[in-house]
Unconditional design. Sequence first.
Length: 178
Amino acid sequence: MRKHYVAFLRGINSGRNPPVNMAVLRKIFEDLGFGNVSTILSSGNVLFETDSTDEKTLEQQVENVLPATIGFQSIVIIRTTDDIRHLVSLKPFAYIPSDPDKKTYATFLKGSTETSHIFPMKGKGYTILGIVNGAVCSVVDLKEAKTPDLMQVLDREFGKGNSTRNWNTIERIVKIPG
């Protein structure tokens, strides 16, 4: 039975990396034999289907072919669409007041999510709420900090094996049938 997945690729169309066309990403996934491939936005979110159930092997397959095609190494984190739907159903930001100056993020970690950190972790302009269903959930107050400030903290606290998405992107992904 085909399983539905979402791949989150780190560093796509952000920072100092060369730009990547989403058609190129779709072709990479299709050439690997994945079906029903589509992308969401231009930040490295790829939906696909496969018979494989080993997410770590899938991550490695994609990571191995990326540099030759896109010109740099990208961390790839793959989750089932069911996992992403479950994360959204848990409503990790339900108690965060709506504020246009506050942005909410989910950071997917490669490997273990075990930590000795005590949550919430607060810093200048950000709050890391905790780890929910394998994702670090954070809030940035744009009056005090910028998203890259949070990314630096997340890299320092959890390692660079992560990929962060705005919560709006996550909610958009779960609205896609499949």
